[in-house]
Ligand binder design. Structure first.
Ligand code: PDD
Length: 304
């Protein structure tokens, strides 16, 4: 297996980072997770824009421009002969003496890992997964803004541990005001039946970015599809009672796509039609995107 480290491909056994790397010492860095379908990185520009935003929010300059990062990503995918893959891009503050001052590090560390995509069990999609609302609260926007896709993932890990202890696959976190935010690696949606908020049709609800969430790329696509297909959407502040009263719940992220939820704490839900419709439409978006990129002729796609 080959890994891209700083400026070249190396064998994974040679892909070594210093113990003085501030990503390792302090979680000082940012990352992105991408999904490759049939050799095409889905929503690559959007992921790079978010990487840039995360890096800017911690005062870190990208060591490469977007085109060079795209080349590095595709070289890594092709060096490993991958078609359906998971790509993890990591950017840390880099090597430097012990100490918090970012100026101690002269060069960021840049890593691309690409691995064959491991499908989630089919039962997750057929029956839905279980979520648990964690005691651990989501990081405050004014502490570590969840919009920074930071290497410091302890907030999420602590919530995930709670979920596992309670036999759930994913945790849901509230913010300090008691409003729903997101999962440990996912965004959350729920459907309220007609009438719940005074409307005449079901309403697709999701916490707004102001609640303190990562504005997931999958979340954005799902919201666009919903609006396009005439599903009423509400981004806002919601409590745990709102989700308990919902008729459908699902979570989204780059690798899970749209994953149905069958239980939140002690409340059960049926596999719902809106969830199914959105997952199908999401898959169609992916297919159209891949076909479009492949049809666009010589481009950054497809270093053979
Ligand atoms: N996680 N919220 C959090 C905290 C996340 O870590 C993620 C993504 C999302 C969904 O974002 P997107 O739709 O852009 O994947 C929301 C990735 C998959 C990860 O941790 O590897």
């Amino acid at each position: 297996m080959h890994v891209y480290l700083n400026n070249k491909l190396v064998l994974s056994s040679d892909a070594k980072v210093s113990v003085f790397d501030h990503g390792f010492l302090y979680g000082d860095g940012v990352f992105e997770t991408m999904r490759v379908y049939d050799g095409v990185v889905f929503m690559l520009d959007e992921h790079l824009s978010r990487l840039y935003r995360s890096a800017s929010m911690i005062g870190l300059d990208l060591p490469l421009n977007f085109d060079s990062i795209k080349v590095a990503i595709y070289e890594t995918i092709n060096a490993n002969s991958l078609k359906d893959a998971y790509v993890r891009l990591t950017l840390s503050r880099g090597y430097g003496p012990v100490g918090l001052d970012p100026e101690l590090c002269k060069e960021p560390t840049f890593i691309v890992i690409a691995e064959e995509f491991r499908e989630y069990p089919r039962t997750f999609y057929e029956n839905g997964i279980k979520l648990a609302i964690a005691e651990t609260r989501r990081n405050l926007k004014k502490a570590i803004n969840p919009q920074i896709k930071s290497l410091n993932f302890l907030n999420n890990i602590l919530a995930k541990m709670e979920a596992k202890d309670r036999g759930a696959y994913e945790a849901l976190m509230l913010n300090v005001s008691g409003h729903l935010t997101e999962g440990t690696i996912s965004n959350v949606f729920f459907v309220s039946d007609a009438g719940a908020y005074g409307g005449h049709t079901p309403l697709l609800c999701t916490p707004s970015t102001s609640c303190g969430i990562l504005d997931g790329i999958t979340r954005g696509i799902v919201l666009d599809i919903a609006v396009r297909d005439g599903v009423m959407v509400k981004e806002g502040e919601f409590t745990r009672e709102d989700i308990y009263k919902a008729s459908e719940v699902f979570i989204t992220n780059t690798t899970m796509e749209v994953m149905p939820v069958r239980q939140v704490d002690e409340v059960s839900y049926k596999a719902g039609n809106i969830t199914k419709l959105l997952h199908k439409a999401y898959r169609e978006e992916v297919r159209a995107y891949v076909t479009n990129i492949k049809g666009s002729g010589p481009s950054l796609w497809g270093y053979e």
